[in-house]
Design a protein around this ligand. Structure first.
Ligand code: SAM
Length: 284
């Protein structure tokens, strides 16, 4: 992948290029992202060591400048001014810049100064989690990280409780079971998906109700990066297929009797009928 004298890349038009990068699997870099990183004049990034590894993997050597939205206004002003004559790529440590990552102020300043802004879409953990979760995806709301303090976390969940959409959060592994406990208390009847280490070697997707997932993650303490998704309110559950989906999800993490108890609590459906259905589902 390294450049040779005969293949010196064409320079890019000056401006800001927002470049999505892989969320774990380096093979997920897009061809266009690699092309822009190869042709730009320099890369604004969160952590030069992290981006340095990606550049090394691609065989590209460029100046790397540390950037975050809290950088001094003066520094941002200089960076924006430089884009009148330079092509600058903005990347984050992983995924899509500006999605719970820096770049908002930079993009706004570029727009205000008439600097061209070009986007190169690509990997994003929230969207990867939604795609693989199997939760309803016709409407979804991405709400960033849940707060780390319990009261604030519960307030956010209460605020979002009635929204008729799948909710998507970023989460850290040490906080996962605390968040699941808050969801159990505030959104007790909702189906949940936990996507962990997506696209990486230890990728895992667990679906279930809060109780079952808490039991699972208490027994298997999670490590790594997590996307937490909460299905829409149960009023939407109208069909037997919906009850089946809940049962199947609960059976992934719990014994049949516990799964039935969770689904009965969540839906108000008859326990005996649910148990019979759970046995059918288990038999396949
Ligand atoms: N801008 C990034 C994106 O587009 O995915 C997200 C940046 S945010 C600071 C980092 C959070 O994304 C992590 O704490 C985790 O919640 C989530 N995340 C990143 N990579 C992930 C992965 N491979 N699997 C699951 N979640 C991931």
């Amino acid at each position: 992948m390294s450049e040779t004298a005969s293949s010196v890349p064409e320079p890019l038009e000056p401006g800001l290029y927002i470049v999505a990068t892989p969320i774990g699997n380096l093979g997920d870099i897009t061809m266009r992202a690699a092309d822009v990183l190869r042709r730009c004049d320099g890369v604004a990034c969160e952590d030069t060591r992290v981006t340095g590894k990606l550049m090394k993997h691609l065989g590209i050597s460029k100046p790397l400048w540390r950037y975050d939205d809290h950088s001094e206004h003066r520094d941002r002003g200089r960076l924006v001014e430089s884009m009148r004559s330079r092509a600058v790529a903005l990347v984050s440590d992983a995924g899509t810049p500006l999605v719970s990552d820096p770049g908002y102020r930079l993009v706004n300043d570029c727009r205000a100064e008439g600097i061209a802004v070009t986007v190169l879409p690509g990997p994003c953990a929230a969207i990867a989690g939604l795609s693989v979760s199997g939760l309803p995806n016709d409407r979804f709301l991405f709400a960033g990280f849940l707060p780390s303090k319990d009261k604030a976390r519960r307030d956010v969940l209460a605020e979002l409780a009635d929204i008729d959409s799948t909710l998507i959060f970023y989460e850290t592994s040490p906080r996962l079971t605390k968040s699941l406990a808050a969801i159990r208390d505030i959104l007790p009847d909702r189906e949940i998906a936990v996507g962990r280490e997506l696209t990486k070697m230890h990728e895992e997707l667990r679906r279930g109700l809060a109780d079952g997932l808490i039991a699972w993650f208490d027994a298997h303490p999670p490590k790594g990066e997590i996307v937490l998704l909460i299905g829409p309110p149960l009023e939407q559950l109208a069909s037997e297929a919906d009850a089946d989906a809940l049962l199947l999800a609960a059976l992934e993490t719990s014994k049949a009797s516990q799964a039935v108890a969770q689904v009965a609590k969540a839906t108000g459906l008859d326990r005996k009928l649910l148990y019979a259905r759970a046995m059918e589902l288990k038999r396949g």
